[in-house]
Design a protein around this ligand. Sequence first.
Ligand SMILES: [Zn+2]
Length: 193
Amino acid sequence: MISDAGVSNSNYFSSSYSLWWKSLWKLNLPTKIKLFVWRACNNLLPTNEMLALRRVPVCKACPLYNFHSESILHSLWCCQVLNQFVVNEDLGLLCVCFWKSWSLRNAAFHGSPVDKEMEVVSWARLFISEYHDACELKDRLSSLIPVRNPIWIPPDPRCFKINCDAAINMADRTVGFVVVIRNSEGLVMAASS
Ligand SMILES: [Zn+2]
């Protein structure tokens, strides 16, 4: 019985977990923000508490108020500067708030001036609105500009030409990188991926 319940709970949490990640990757936000939230959820942000745990000689306190121990939860949610969040806000808005909160924290950490009265939620709403406008504009422009296949131009006979390309697969969170070196006759001298 206990075992069945355990399996059932485990399936429940595993499917919820998977749904959560799918919802995150589907958000219409810049990739850097989604990757940031992924890092935060995987305990990969270098908060002072985390650095101290890894024996880095830093003070554990939050760099904004130099008071509470700086955990990820504190830096993204509980810090006094950042407590303007509304719990029922949508996921995209929360992600941008977290990202902005962390950038404020980083500014304080590196000794830059920080606007402690900043309305993070309002800033995030404006950011999302401008980002969506920019995406719409990009889509409209790309539909107007005809796609041209680039033509490879050989280098000078005394030179080699290096072409590279990279791609990110958001589904399995992998990155691919390819480099090809060719001579003036187009022959491949070296390639790596
Ligand atoms: Zn704080």
